[in-house]
Write a protein that binds this ligand. Structure first.
Ligand code: SF4
Length: 367
């Protein structure tokens, strides 16, 4: 692999630049969402930030988008809707290898990552929908206690209890200043005296509202990180130094924390770039007890590739190089992962580098 000429070793002190906060251009609220106090609280938050809110007369979100694909994409990414999660959206789904169950507070994300995993799973223009009926969503959790096939069945991770992952269809921290939903869920787990843990991962850094919550150690935040040279693939997110500083603040506030290194991209210069990233993390987090690390390599499906190429036509993110292998998922669909040689090289590197720079950390999985 070639080295990246522009990669520099980090200073040991990491600056803490201000977190970027999303300001949607339009906020639409469905009639049913208005019936929930949390829906009304979101309106108050948006209006408090000077953002105009439109309350609809019905639950039909008849959103008009421009014909032009680029303009439609841009408008969708600037749109927040406040709706009620239907029973099917509230039904918890398994989410291996991260956690036992997936719990959704919202769908969609305002950022512009050229590999976004949502491209293959959410249909239509990429608007963000946040849910008003939190009590109904939270009511789904207790019946799942002690069930699930990841931490609940694992000897290595059993001490995490039954785990619930809140970052599958959104980045909940990206919306928190507008919704307060993540704080409400963290507070719920703080009060829930059960062998359960909430998990979320984020490419954002605005943790001010979270550090003072009574979390009781039952929420683990992970920072989703990639090295600075790959920041061009993560438009609209917080700088990686700010994400790491946010994690350090959360750890100081008693939260269990971790890193999601994702997606791992085997672009030229990756070895040096990821070594620098791990050094940046070590400078802030090496002494954190029970630091967890999740390692997720870049993958895509034919569908997500087509969507991402239409969203980000100028991106130089590789999707189609010869170092890819076709893999059939358990649902019969196809995805492209790195081939066995590349996977082996990547894995060996990460395991060695983490053992060297973050010897106290625990790798949860490699995928
Ligand atoms: Fe997608 Fe995560 Fe990037 Fe949001 S931050 S665009 S959810 S990859």
């Amino acid at each position: 692999m070639k080295a990246l000429a522009s990669v520099e070793r980090p200073a040991r002190e990491t600056a803490d630049p201000p977190a970027r906060l999303w300001r949607p251009k339009r906020v639409l609220v469905s009639r049913s969402a208005m019936a929930w106090s949390h829906g009304r609280a979101i309106i108050a938050r948006a209006e408090g930030l000077g953002i105009a809110v439109e309350v609809l007369a019905s639950d039909r979100l008849s959103l008009a988008f421009p014909e032009d694909e680029r303009q439609a994409y841009a408008l969708a990414k600037q749109t927040l809707t406040v709706v009620v999660a239907s029973p099917s959206k509230r039904r918890l789904q398994p989410i291996a290898p991260s956690a036992d169950w997936r719990v959704d507070l919202a769908e969609g994300c305002p950022a512009h990552c050229s590999y976004c995993y949502l491209a293959g799973s959410l249909k239509g223009p990429p608007i963000t929908r946040t849910y008003a009926n939190l009590p109904e969503i939270f009511a789904e959790l207790p019946p799942h206690l002690g069930t699930g096939k990841v931490t609940s069945r694992s000897v290595r991770r059993a001490h995490e209890g039954t785990t619930f992952e809140a970052s599958c269809y959104t980045d909940p921290l990206a919306l928190e200043h507008l919704t307060g939903s993540l704080s409400a869920l963290i507070a719920y787990f703080g009060e829930w005296e059960a062998d359960a843990q909430l998990r979320f991962t984020s490419k954002f850094a605005a943790v001010d509202a979270l550090v003072g919550l009574d979390h009781q150690g039952r929420t683990r935040m992970r920072g989703s990180v990639n090295p600075e040279p790959f920041a061009r693939f993560e438009g609209g997110t917080s700088p990686v130094a700010a994400r790491l500083a946010a994690l350090a603040r959360m750890a100081a506030a008693g939260y269990p924390v971790g890193l999601t290194i994702a997606p791992i991209i085997a672009a030229p210069g990756w070895e040096e770039a990821y070594a620098v990233l791990i050094a940046q993390a070590a400078a802030l987090l090496a002494e954190v007890p029970d630091l967890t690390i999740e390692l997720i390599t870049h993958r895509y499906s034919p569908t997500s590739k087509a969507v991402l190429e239409s969203w980000y036509p100028g991106s130089d993110l590789e999707m189609g190089a010869p170092n890819r292998a076709e893999k059939r998922t358990k649902f019969g669909s196809i995805k492209y992962v790195y081939d066995a040689d590349t996977m082996r090289t990547l894995r060996r590197f990460f395991e060695a580098e983490i053992a060297r720079q973050l010897p106290l950390a625990r790798i949860l999985y490699w995928t």
